[in-house]
Write a new protein. Sequence first.
Length: 195
Amino acid sequence: MTAPITTTRLATITELDEVAALCTAAFADEAVMAWVLPDPGTRLQHMRSMFGSSLGAAVEADALLLAVAAGESVGASIWMPRSGRPQPMRLPAEDDPVSRRLLSVQTETDARCPDDPHLYLQSMAVRPERRGQGAGSAMLTSGLTRARELDLPVYLEASTPNNRRLYERHGFRDHGRPIHLSDDGPSLQPMWLDV
């Protein structure tokens, strides 16, 4: 059986719950999420809460791109324009391990963010049962077309060897040394593409 054709389009505000569920399923086994939220019993609940605000901001910025196959959203990616490094994140109100790890991820990735204006591929998620069927490539092709239209390079941090290989196939190259998250966290590989 062949996989259905995958198309891409911007997400709408009415799809936030569906996209949050998609991202929660896609990131449930991802290395950084598993490190930030080590308790599998509460991980999904925390992730739904975390995705709600970031996905809403991405929709408002016309930066949330969906991959759709056979009428179903199978992937989502966030392509945020950036001009320089982001402002330092405020310390979380709670002093708990999850907040500290989230702050660590944000601080360590922001420190490596390029100063030049670029599109930041903040995240890319594909439903686990749809991985390897072209959704990631479809989103990358569409996002890179937008980058060319805006005349902006693209920056990202690859969180797995498989992701890194996908990005390399689309022309990305390593951008400096890996980011090793503290407290025995996973490593992220910054990558860059001049379009």
